[in-house]
Design a protein around this ligand. Sequence first.
Ligand SMILES: [Zn+2]
Length: 76
Amino acid sequence: MSAVGPNPSRVRCPSCHAEITTNVKHEATTKTHIMALLLCLFLCWPCVCVPYCMDSCQNANHYCPNCNAFIGAYSS
Ligand SMILES: [Zn+2]
């Protein structure tokens, strides 16, 4: 598994062996849902969407643009 950061990285795809710049998709994690739940309980419900809008509360999943292979995930 390649070490990847929160931004698109230049790596060699383990699947198609091409030098590619990864596609990054930010996806909600358990942490994101817990953050949303805590905001809901202790603050106000309009804040619930905040963790889903913040990249730092989500995993950055890296994919190959050639073959769509999963390269690695970065979680902050
Ligand atoms: Zn590939």
